[in-house]
Design a protein around this ligand. Structure first.
Ligand SMILES: *[C@@H]1O[C@H](CO)[C@@H](O)[C@H](O)[C@H]1NC(C)=O
Ligand SMILES: *[C@@H]1O[C@H](CO)[C@@H](O)[C@H](O)[C@H]1NC(C)=O
Ligand SMILES: *[C@@H]1O[C@H](CO)[C@@H](O)[C@H](O)[C@H]1NC(C)=O
Ligand SMILES: *[C@@H]1O[C@H](CO)[C@@H](O)[C@H](O)[C@H]1NC(C)=O
Ligand SMILES: *[C@@H]1O[C@H](CO)[C@@H](O)[C@H](O)[C@H]1NC(C)=O
Ligand SMILES: *[C@@H]1O[C@H](CO)[C@@H](O)[C@H](O)[C@H]1NC(C)=O
Ligand SMILES: *[C@@H]1O[C@H](CO)[C@@H](O)[C@H](O)[C@H]1NC(C)=O
Ligand SMILES: *[C@@H]1O[C@H](CO)[C@@H](O)[C@H](O)[C@H]1NC(C)=O
Ligand SMILES: *[C@@H]1O[C@H](CO)[C@@H](O)[C@H](O)[C@H]1NC(C)=O
Ligand SMILES: *[C@@H]1O[C@H](CO)[C@@H](O)[C@H](O)[C@H]1NC(C)=O
Length: 882
């Protein structure tokens, strides 16, 4: 029984299964022959094999419909090789996705043989060459995505014959020339993206107006110029329009019905002018209306349907628009983003802004708005940024102006606001509050101190009175500017020490260490004490002058009378008194160099020695006792490659650090000269010396010391070109806050700062290695870390320049300084290799300074053919203590 049944089944099934087998094997063979021309480095297509039992419909990336391959999706598999037309033998193939791979070839035009292909995605490969006119052969295509490749040349007319095309994406290529007037032929288009083709130079083709099904038109950053043609009126389905970052001029054309479905409108960063067309977003006659399901209700839903009700993003910033800003924009039910800064719009912000319940971000800085801050402002719960600086906003700030729970940036600087600043209670996320240059009066609200993440506070140029709330010290303020008000009283200590004095200036009645006005104990008698201070100063000056003269007559017995104001400590027998030092600094003869925290004076002492004196503001962040300790500790450093601190001198206002002076100047100065050509041996000596100095600070000193300001201008050279590090560990003397602040502007542009500097909480040894690596690059390439007059942006910064060059074949040879003879090139390449390791973007990959010393010494000794293998040089030898 069972036997006969199975026979029946076999008999019944045989012809059928044979058919499936032959069909399956041929499709599998087609796939295998397609795979043959691919390079599959990651072996992700291992299932695609003639020995596997897995049916081909289950192979990676394959989808079948009714036993036939319908879709081949090989996205993001690091495939390369040839895209073979053999795949077109799959008669039902509808979709082919090869995006995000490494195909390096021309556009695979032979795929036009795939007769039923509707979807072709070769985005994000290395496709090059022109788009051939025969692209028109893709008759059945509905989706063509060639974006993010290296395709160049003109857009061919043939594109216009793709009648079925719904999505055409040519974005992010190197297309050039002007966009032909043929796209109107692709009448089914829903998405047209030609954005990010910076070499196009074109007007917006007028026949785009024929694409009445178009939903997305993306033409940003594509070299478009001239006026926007008056063709948008018909585009009733458009939901995203992006024409930003082009060179468009003239006025905006009338919008017509295309605003009905619009969600995002962006014409920012062009040279558009004139007003926004009349009546934008105003209710029109019902005949124009198309009804939608709107998700809002309440008061608005009773009105007739209005234009713009779907609008979420409106961006017109950085143009030259004038006239009234369309007032209904402020109350649209879905509006999230309004950007109109840097135009000359006028108009008022209406109270109805409270209806814009989705509003998140508003930027209208630098216009001519004349308005109060609307009362409704505080009731928008989603608002996180509102900046309206440089307008004519007047009146008082409503008490609820910062009630949005997510509010983080408010900028009303340079307006005409008056009254007092309301206490702030609700916006615990506020990061930045700028109210500079208004007419605010009254006191600084102490509730500001309860905002946990407040970082930027600019209240300068108002008419604020009273004292600075003590508890503002608790905040981690990176900017606290109250200059030019009428504040008075003692400035909280940490605000003085952590921030530049210029943020406090213009408040004659403020007092504290480092300010013109030191607080007297009894502050109320401040005018009397000012008088006393003035008298003291006069006396001191007179005495000092007398002492100075006395010195030259050979009598110096007035010294003791000065020690009350200035205290001088020497760690080295210098024959000079404090007043002589001060007088010498005042002399015109003293050479001054501007540095961080103040100036450096080079002074020749009566004994003939010369010293460098660095004058820094005394931020008072350290007590006298610990200041003395810190400087003493630094002065204890005795190392061949570190400049000695000879002494220091301080008053309440200033700290003077006295260093030994080296006449040859700094390495940075030398490299900066056009005729820089130190021999390679000298450069190696400098590289090794600096590395030794740093390794000593990092590893061999009493405690781990970070230099914190490694750069070639802080490497001084003695007569024998022995390098010495200077300006080290100043953070110990001025305090971390003041130190960081002094570096803020530098850190944004200077190549010496590693990429992690911006967000790292504290300085690390790895950061120092990075900066040292930059100096090595300077030595190897003979280029300054920052090339001041470079036209190409990237070659500005030596790290980027080198990285870019050495990625190319034989590029490493090209970065070597040509002035060094060829015989040293091998050695230079080895040093370059170390430099590249030091400037690795991953901190943990960078070597330590002592490893670097070892590596450099081994390169050095292999040249001099010394037979012993490089051993770490005993640093102690060079750090003979005095
Ligand atoms: C499988 O393919 C390989 C090469 O692609 C070929 O050498 C081999 O003969 C094939 N085996 C069978 C059973 O077809
Ligand atoms: C092939 O895939 C289908 C659907 O995912 C599954 O049901 C079937 O078991 C698979 N066959 C094999 C042999 O893996
Ligand atoms: C794929 O190739 C890219 C570029 O060559 C490479 O960065 C990436 O690591 C590769 N992915 C894998 C998984 O190997
Ligand atoms: C093409 O593939 C890329 C990469 O996955 C994807 O982002 C893009 O949306 C695809 N294009 C289309 C039109 O589907
Ligand atoms: C805009 O045009 C000006 C001159 O007409 C040209 O200098 C500038 O590079 C163009 N800008 C862009 C973004 O194309
Ligand atoms: C209308 O709004 C109220 C609150 O204002 C809400 O409770 C209700 O669900 C909304 N109705 C619709 C249909 O969205
Ligand atoms: C203000 O906007 C104008 C254009 O309207 C622009 O030229 C100017 O640079 C802007 N000012 C600032 C400070 O951004
Ligand atoms: C801006 O527009 C106002 C009129 O609203 C005009 O008085 C002013 O001169 C314009 N400013 C600029 C810079 O064009
Ligand atoms: C506020 O706006 C002014 C002028 O537009 C700008 O200079 C300032 O940096 C802004 N302040 C903050 C804290 O963003
Ligand atoms: C500040 O207030 C004083 C007195 O009320 C007034 O005389 C002065 O003009 C005001 N200054 C500014 C810049 O508003």
């Amino acid at each position: 029984m069972a036997v006969s049944w199975s026979n029946v089944i076999t008999l019944l099934c045989f012809p059928f299964s044979l058919f499936i087998l032959s069909s399956a094997s041929s499709e599998a063979e087609i796939l295998l022959s397609f795979k043959d021309s691919l390079e599959d480095v990651l072996n992700v297509l291992s299932e695609w094999s003639n020995t596997t039992t897995i049916p081909h419909c289950n192979w990676t990336g394959i989808t079948c419909a009714a036993e036939n391959v319908y879709s081949v999706d090989l996205q993001s598999l690091n495939l390369s090789g040839e895209i073979s037309s053999s795949i077109c033998q799959l008669s039902k193939l509808t979709s082919l996705n090869l995006a995000d791979n490494l195909f390096n070839q021309a556009i695979p035009l032979h795929l036009t043989e795939c007769e039923s292909l509707e979807y072709l995605n070769i985005s994000n490969n290395l496709i090059w060459g022109n788009i051939p006119d025969d692209i028109s052969g893709f008759k059945s295509l509905k989706v063509l995505d060639i974006s993010r490749n290296h395709v160049e040349g003109k857009i061919p007319d043939g594109i216009g014959s793709l009648k079925n095309l719904q999505v055409l994406n040519l974005a992010n290529n190197f297309l050039s020339g002007s966009v032909p007037e043929v796209l109107g032929g692709c009448s089914e288009l829903l998405v047209l993206d030609i954005s990010q083709n910076p070499f196009l130079l074109s007007e917006i083709p007028g026949d785009i107006g024929k694409l009445d099904k178009l939903e997305q038109l993306l033409l940003q950053s594509s070299g478009l110029y001239e006026e926007i043609p008056d063709v948008f009126e018909g585009l009733g389905s458009l939901s995203i329009l992006d024409l930003s970052q082009n060179n468009l001029t003239g006025r905006l054309p009338p919008f017509g019905k295309f605003m009905q479905n619009l969600v995002s409108f962006d014409v920012s960063q062009n040279r558009l002018s004139g007003p926004i067309p009349d009546g934008m977003c105003e209710p029109k006659g019902l005949t124009n209306m198309v009804l939608h399901t709107n998700s809002f209700n309440g008061t608005i839903s009773n009105d007739i349907i209005k234009e713009c009700d779907n609008l979420e993003r409106f961006q017109v910033q950085n143009n030259m628009f004038t006239g009234e800003f369309p007032s209904r924009l402020w109350s649209l039910p879905k509006i999230m983003l309004i950007r109109a800064e840097n135009n000359n719009f006028s108009g008022e912000i209406p109270d109805a802004i409270s209806k814009a319940v989705q509003l998140e971000q508003v930027q209208i800085d630098n216009n001519s708005f004349v308005s109060k801050v609307p009362q409704g402002f505080g009731s928008i719960r989603s608002l996180y940024r509102f900046s309206a600086s440089q307008n004519r906003i007047y009146g008082e700030l409503p008490p609820n102006f910062c009630d949005s729970p997510v509010m983080s940036i408010i900028n009303f600087s340079h307006n005409h606001l008056s009254g007092s600043i309301p206490e702030i209670r609700n916006c615990k996320k506020l990061v930045s509050l700028a109210l500079a240059d208004n007419n605010f009066v009254g006191e600084i609200p102490s509730s500001l101190a309860d905002l946990p993440v407040l970082t930027y506070l600019d209240l300068s140029e108002n008419n604020l009175t009273g004292s600075i709330p003590e508890n503002l010290q608790n905040l981690k303020l990176a900017l606290f500017n109250v200059s030019f008000n009428r504040l008075s009283g003692r400035v909280p200590v940490s605000l003085i020490s952590g921030l530049p004095a210029s943020f406090l200036q213009g408040n004659p009645d403020l007092c504290g260490p480092g300010l013109p006005n030191a607080c007297s104990r009894k502050h109320k008698m401040s005018s009397l004490s000012k008088f006393v201070v003035a008298i003291i100063i006069i006396v001191v000056v007179v005495v000092a002058a007398a002492a100075f003269r006395a010195h030259f007559i050979g009598q110096s017995n007035h010294q003791k009378s000065l020690t009350g104001t200035w205290k001088l400590f020497f760690f080295y027998p210098l024959r000079i008194a404090e007043h002589e030092l001060l007088m010498a600094m005042d002399e015109k003869a003293a050479k001054r160099i501007n540095g961080a925290f103040g100036e450096v004076y080079i002074i020749r002492l009566p004994s003939g020695e010369s010293v460098a004196i660095k004058k820094m503001e005394n931020f008072g962040s350290l007590s006298l006792k610990s200041l003395k300790e810190e400087v003493k500790n630094l002065a204890k450093i005795r190392h061949r490659n570190i400049v000695r601190i000879l002494g220091f001198c301080h008053s309440n206002d200033s700290i003077l650090l006295i260093y030994e002076h080296l006449d040859r100047g700094s390495l940075g100065d030398l490299i900066g000269k056009s005729d820089f050509d130190l021999p390679w041996r000298v450069r190696m000596k400098i590289a090794i010396g600096v590395a030794q100095g740093l390794a000593y600070l990092h590893e061999d000193y009493l405690q781990v010391l970070l230099h914190r300001k490694i750069k070639s201008t802080n490497i001084l050279l003695d007569a024998d070109y022995e390098p010495k590090l200077t300006d080290f560990a100043l953070d110990r003397i001025v305090g971390e806050n003041a130190f960081r602040l002094s570096l803020v502007s530098e850190s944004e542009t200077s190549p010496y700062f590693p990429p992690e500097y911006g967000y790292a909480k504290k300085a690390t040894l790895e950061m120092e290695t990075y900066s040292y690596g930059v100096i090595l690059l300077e030595l190897v390439t003979g280029r300054q870390a920052v090339q001041p007059s470079s036209s190409v942006e990237d070659s500005h910064n030596v790290v980027k320049w080198v990285r870019r060059k050495i990625n190319i074949k034989d590029g490493a040879q090209q970065v070597l300084d040509r002035k060094i003879p060829h015989e040293y090139h091998q050695e230079m390449l080895s040093v370059l290799d170390i430099a590249v390791k030091c400037t690795n973007v991953m901190p943990e990959k960078r070597p330590s300074m002592s490893e670097i010393v070892r590596a450099l010494n081994s390169i050095n000794s292999s040249r001099t053919n010394v037979s012993f293998k490089a051993v770490s040089m005993p640093l102690g030898e060079s750090s003979a203590s005095l």
